[in-house]
Design a binder for this molecule. Structure first.
Ligand code: ADP
Length: 487
C-alpha cells in the first residue's frame, strides 16, 4: 500500500503551507517495526529548517492567523477534526505501519485526534479573562493571549494523540506551531499538516520539521523565536529541553512518563478490575507514558489477582500491526533491546505468565512477549524504572498505609488508580497518591480528552488535555484602567 495516501510527501518538511526539501537535502530511513523493512525516506531537518519554520510561524501571527477571531479558530479546528475522521482508515494504516500499533489501537488514536480537534474547536471562544475588584476609580480585567510561536517536540508512541492535545490546544488559543515529530514515527504528523492545510488552516500556523532529536529537536528547543515549548518523551531529553528553553526564559510543559500503580484492595471487584489491570500495561505494547506497570495487591487477594492476570497474559499474542492482535511489535530494534535488558534484570523474579509472539511474525520485527513478574520487591529496578514495554510487576501489600508508601515510592507521579468499594478510602487515597491523575475503580477513563493530564516529580510539570491546557498555552495580561470619577 502507498504510504502517501493523503497527498503528502514523506521526504519533505511542511513549512509555510508548502512541502519543501530540508536545506541539506538529507533524508533518514523510516523503518517498519513489524518486519524491519524500510518504509520510506523522511526529511532530516536541521537548524536551518527549524529557523525557516519559526519565521513562517511568525509571519502567520503577523497576518491571517494572528488576525483570526476565536470563532474562526474554532471553526477551522472543527473542519480539521472532520477531515481527520473522514480519513480514519488511511491515518490508522499509516500509524500502524510506522509505530507498529495494532490497527484497532491505531483507529482509536485517530478518533482521539478528531476528539481533540472537536474539543479545542469548541473551547476556542470560551477562554476568557476575569474582572478584578480593585481600588476606587479602577477597572481591572485580564486577557488570555497566545504566547506567539510554540514549539512541540513529540515522541513516537502516540503521535496523533499528542499532536491533538498539544497542537490542538495551542492553535485554539491562537499560537502558531512548529512541530518536530520523532524520527521513529512521523508519518501521521505530516499527514495531519496536509489535512489541516486542506481544512483551511492559514499558511504558517502549523509547520512540521521531521529530523533527529539532537539536530532538529535541539534547534527548536533553543530557538530564540520560540515562546513556549511543549515536550513529551524521556526524562533525559526533557531535562535538555528545559535547560535549552531556560536560556531564552521560555515556559516549558514536560510530560515525561511514569511508573503508574493500580492499587487493588481487599474489598475490590477484581473481575471488574481485571481488564484494566492488564490492558493498561500492554496497550501499545506497554509504550505508553501512562501505562500501569505496577499492580499493588492486598495480600488477601494477591493469589487470586495473580492467577487471573496470568490467565489473561497466557492468551496474549504479539504480531504484525496489520494483523491487529492484542500486542504489536515495539517501535524499533533499539526499543526491543532496551525492554529485553529489563526482562533480563528480572532473572531473580518469578515469571507468573508470558504471552507469545505468533509464529508468522517476521524475524526482522521488534517483538517481545508480554511478561508478568510477581513477588517483586518495591525497590527492585523493575518496580522503579520506566520500562516502556509490555512488562508488569505485581507487588503485595498488607494495609492501606503500606500501599500508599509503595505507590508513592518512585521518582515518578503521573497516574494512579484505586480499586476499592470503600468510599472513605477512595477519597483519602485520591488525596494521598502522588500523581497528576487518580482514577477510582477504573483506569485511563476512555482516553480522557477532557481530563487535565500531567505529572509531578520525574513525570514532568504543566498540564495538557482538557480546558486546563488552554491556560498553559496562553499568557495572562492584567489591564488596570484608572478613570477617576468626575462630577
Ligand atoms: P525515546 O527515548 O522514547 O525515543 P526521546 O525523549 O528520546 O524518547 O524522544 C522524544 C522526542 O524528543 C523525539 O521527537 C526526539 O527526536 C526528541 N529529542 C531527542 N533528543 C533530543 C534533544 N537533544 N533535543 C530535543 N529533542 C530531542
Amino acid at each position: 500500500m502507498s504510504i502517501e495516501p493523503l497527498g503528502m510527501d514523506a521526504a519533505l518538511c511542511f513549512i509555510g503551507g508548502k512541502w519543501c526539501a530540508p536545506e541539506t537535502g538529507q533524508t533518514l530511513d523510516l523503518i517498519n517495526p513489524s518486519d524491519g523493512s524500510t518504509l520510506c525516506a523522511i526529511a532530516r531537518g536541521q537548524a536551518a529548517d527549524i529557523d525557516a519554520a519559526v519565521t513562517s510561524a511568525e509571519a502567520a501571527l503577523a497576518s491571517d492567523w494572528g488576525r483570526a477571531t476565536a470563532v474562526e479558530r474554532g471553526r477551522v479546528l472543527a473542519r480539521i477534526g472532520a477531515l481527520v475522521l473522514e480519513n480514519i482508515e488511511e491515518l490508522a494504516q499509516l500509524e500502524a505501519l510506522d509505530v507498529g500499533k495494532p490497527l484497532t489501537q491505531a483507529r482509536a488514536d485517530v478518533v482521539a485526534l478528531a476528539r481533540y480537534m472537536e474539543f479545542y474547536a469548541g473551547s476556542a471562544d470560551k477562554l476568557h479573562g476575569a474582572t478584578i475588584p480593585y481600588l476606587d476609580g479602577y477597572t481591572v480585567y485580564t486577557l488570555r493571549e497566545p504566547h506567539g510561536v510554540t514549539g512541540h517536540i513529540i515522541p513516537w508512541n502516540y503521535p496523533m494523540q499528542i499532536i491533538g492535545r498539544s497542537v490542538g490546544a495551542a492553535l485554539a488559543v491562537g499560537n502558531a506551531c512548529v512541530l518536530k515529530p520523532a524520527e521513529e514515527a512521523c508519518l501521521t504528523a505530516l499527514a495531519f499538516a496536509e489535512l489541516a492545510h486542506r481544512a483551511g488552516l492559514p499558511t504558517g500556523a502549523l509547520n512540521v520539521v521531521p529530523g533527529i532529536g539532537a539536530e532538529a529537536g535541539a534547534a527548536l528547543s533553543a530557538h530564540p523565536g520560540v515562546h513556549h515549548m511543549s515536550f513529551t518523551g524521556s526524562v533525559g531529553v526533557g531535562k535538555l529541553i528545559q535547560t535549552a528553553a531556560a536560556q531564552n526564559v521560555v515556559p516549558v510543559t514536560l510530560e515525561l512518563g511514569g511508573k503508574s500503580p493500580q492499587l487493588v484492595f481487599e474489598d475490590a471487584d477484581v473481575d471488574a478490575a481485571l481488564p484494566f489491570l492488564v490492558n493498561a500495561g500492554i496497550q501499545n505494547a506497554g509504550q505508553t507514558c501512562s501505562a500501569s506497570s505496577r499492580i499493588l495487591v492486598h495480600r488477601n487477594r494477591y493469589d487470586e489477582v495473580v492467577s487471573k492476570m496470568a490467565g489473561r497474559y497466557g492468551a496474549l499474542r504479539a504480531g504484525p500491526a496489520l494483523d491487529d492482535l492484542e500486542v504489536g511489535p515495539l517501535v524499533s530494534g533499539r526499543q526491543k533491546e532496551i525492554v529485553e535488558e529489563f526482562i533480563a534484570k528480572g532473572a531473580d523474579l518469578e515469571v507468573a505468565a508470558q504471552g507469545h509472539v505468533v509464529e508468522r511474525a517476521p524475524s526482522g520485527g521488534a517483538y517481545v512477549a508480554p511478561t508478568l513478574f510477581t513477588g517483586v520487591a518495591p525497590d527492585h529496578r523493575l518496580a522503579q524504572d520506566e520500562i516502556f514495554g509490555p512488562v508488569q510487576v505485581v507487588i503485595p501489600f498488607d494495609d492501606e498505609a503500606q500501599a500508599v508508601q509503595i505507590a508513592n515510592g518512585t521518582d515518578f507521579g503521573l497516574v494512579a488508580s484505586v480499586w476499592s468499594e470503600n468510599g472513605a478510602r477512595q477519597m483519602r487515597l485520591a488525596k494521598k497518591l502522588r500523581a497528576g491523575q487518580v482514577f477510582i475503580n477504573n483506569y485511563g477513563a476512555g482516553g480522557g480528552v477532557e481530563l487535565p493530564f500531567g505529572g509531578t516529580g520525574l513525570s514532568g510539570h504543566g498540564r495538557e488535555k482538557g480546558f486546563e491546557a488552554l491556560y498553559g498555552f496562553s499568557s495572562l495580561k492584567t489591564v488596570a484602567a484608572f478613570h477617576a470619577e468626575k462630577d
